[in-house]
Design a protein around this ligand. Sequence first.
Ligand code: ITT
Ligand code: CA
Length: 547
Amino acid sequence: MRKKQKTAWKEILKWEKEAKMTSPPLGADDAIPLQSAAPAVTGTKPKMSTTRKILLILGFLSTLAAIALITVAVTQNQPLPKNIKYGIVLDAGSSHTNLYVYEWPAEKENDTGVVQQVEVCKVEGPGISGYSQTTEKAGPSLVQCLRQAEGVIPLKQHQETPVYLGATAGMRLLRLENKDAAEKVLSSVEKTLRSAPFNFQGARIISGQEEGAYGWITINYLLGNFKQSGWKKFLHSLKSVSETSGALDLGGASTQITFVPDEISSESPQNLLYFRLYGKDYRVYTHSFLCYGKDQALQQKLARDLQSTENSSLFDPCFHQGYQRTISVSNFFKNPCTSVEKKQFPFSQLHIEGEGNYEKCRRNIQNLFNKTDCPYSSCSFNGIYLPPLQGDFGAFSAFYFVMNFLNLTSDDPFTLDEVASAIKKFCARPWHEVKLQYHQIKEKYLSEYCFSGAYILSLLENGYEFTTENWKRIHFLGKIGSSDAGWTLGYMLNLTNMIPAEEPPAPPLSYGSYVGLMVLCSLVLVSVILLAWLLFHKPKCLQKGVV
Ligand SMILES: O=P(O)(O)OP(=O)(O)OP(=O)(O)OC[C@H]1O[C@@H](n2cnc3c(O)ncnc32)[C@H](O)[C@@H]1O
Ligand SMILES: [Ca+2]
């Protein structure tokens, strides 16, 4: 051992001597080749071997090449500055009107999930059907929200931005009750929209079928269920999972159920729609129940209760104990949803008093669903065809508002029994206590959450026959990303032809994956070359025995 150390020191001294002899004068270039490799000694500045220098240059060049490669790949393939497009849709519902502003990058128009809601404006006052007595005021009611949209969309794009208005069940009912008034309301609305700086594309009453179908398109577009990327497509082909999600919409005057059933029967063709989206065929079942939105369902229920009332007072189990409300009987039966129950009453005002009894309320509501006659293999209610329920469902609008208020929308879904007992508990609370706790909530909403909760359960459990098992497949959702769940987005996507029938040709990789893969491959390549070079031209400094 000692001998070995001695030899090593001898070698070092020899090397130092040689080095001194070959050293250039002070200040001369360092790059004079050393004749033999020498171990590094602390305190002395050893000369660098040619091999080491080459290695260093190679390493430097490889790093430079890698940096250049990443820079070129990133800058060259960087998306050009975004050219944003906008669209406006007004949802003229029975209870109120909402204006939505959507935006999307022009170059990605046909992709899925690229259109986003950037603004929502709630129009002050009632829905446009509420202007049946003062039709000329329907249009001006929208002005404030149109101004808000003007502020969101850049001035130079106002003229090219399409604006659509779709009216739903409130206007369907007004058209049934008073066609002339409905037309006047639509004209007033059209006049206002034409005077706005946007590109007016129409104001019309959409059908219940359209409402259901566009709601289904919206949620599946936002969930990215239509156009599947390579992996998702592959997984779906392995598992026979339902590719799309059903849609449940509960408005004030109507409600819709839309989904892709397992088996298509031609029993009720009016409930079936065919779509070809991104190269795939969809056979969709949809039905819209007019008068079964939560406001009209309450009207129907009260109209029935009135039949058995002898005096002007009515005890209602669906309102909290201590709650009181007075309604005018004369206007009550003008509505097409209640007109069948029309009867003469010896009083003009009806006084309602709450009882807060959930079970009684459920029994009361049950009467709204006629389950006796079904001319098809299976029905929901009132003799309407309903194929067996299939897959997951997104439940939005009042389904969400009510369940969200009752804290029943968590990610870990509540069981049907848990939901029922939560609603029962809420209904049993006295009105003064509820009002005190939720003083910030509009009294109209607050007083009706008990009825609405019970109605939602009746509609889903008795009407559509959801069971304890498939209840967990209902997802109560208000928004998907930044966009509200509802029919408006699907309506705009359809009218602007943003969902192509055939899948547009696209490169197999996304931009990000392409750049990432290119960089990774290049780095691997450089490393392999370097490694190979090191292996085959093993520099002396790396050879065994040399430090
Ligand atoms: O689809 P149609 O039937 O035309 O009706 P709509 O479009 O006006 O219906 P919405 O989904 O806007 O609202 C459904 C119901 O929920 C009520 N509502 C809206 N926001 C609510 C909230 O925050 N809490 C409770 N109820 C709410 C509203 O008054 C309606 O009775
Ligand atoms: Ca609606």
